[in-house]
Write a protein that binds this ligand. Sequence first.
Ligand code: MG
Length: 333
Amino acid sequence: MTDKISLSQGGGGLDSKQLVDSIVKILENPVLNAQDDAGIVSVGSGKIAFTTDGFVVKPIFFPGGDIGKLAICGTINDLAVMAAKPVAISLSLIIEEGFSKDNLNKIINSIKKTAGEIPIVAGDTKVVEHGAVDGIFITTSGIGFQNDSCQPSGSNVMPGDVVIVTGSIGRHGACVMAAREELGFFSQIQSDVAPLWELLSPVFKAGGNEIHACRDITRGGLATILSEFASSSHIGFEISSTTIPIDPDVKGLCDALGLDPYNLACEGRALMSVSKKVSDEVLALLKSNELGKNATIIGLATDSHPGMSYIKTSIGGRTILEPPAGELLPRIC
Ligand code: MG
């Protein structure tokens, strides 16, 4: 361990987790310790979900989105996966001196379009000297009302749960990588960035407390979310690789560059762990929405190997699915 922060601690894998754990250890309280996508705070007789995220993606504009759309989706999704209806968002901009006014207006319009009915109710702007940030960095916070009958958490996965992914994985990571490296054909890969409340809200309504855990798949990819659920819930997973939806263009990029699609970020997908009795209904509801049309059951939760996930390979083998470690793609979101 060195006494300096490394780039790998921002990538979303095991190194990021160590950094976050060291901060949570100092600030610790029961809400923060849960390390869910949003903190749940009781206000009067209701429950408020509260979340915040910083966005430093490079490039700022990419196929399918931009840093503004990403920021709003990230905040909406961290509320949505906690079964909390987003009600208000704040916006903080740190802008580099010399940044194009046109590009700023494009980003703000993208924010407005993505937020839709959800108002941006507070904000801040700072301008810093050239080189102090790279173009523009954005921080968004959001609050939402949590539905009483459904309180999913990463620590709530039960043995026998059915694991569902809401769509094909890895598109955002593949898109940003291809856009940054100008990888010819692959540079057309579109990010999956999308707000998930409209997709998930009917599922929470129908499934109630049978929806045990739900998390948006972001940095570190599917493998990281499974590992987080496994460790928080002291449970294991049996996953079937052949059922995990991966689009041909993303698979092509992974094959060409030797990347693991299970470690690639999404920005418009969620992983859910739900009781078997509602899994068919959940799947049907997801599939009825354009954003969830490729939703798939990818495996089961089990108490036979707590903290560990196994994945069955396409040739019938069985191997441990581990979260990524070391240098991942920085500034993916
Ligand atoms: Mg999240």
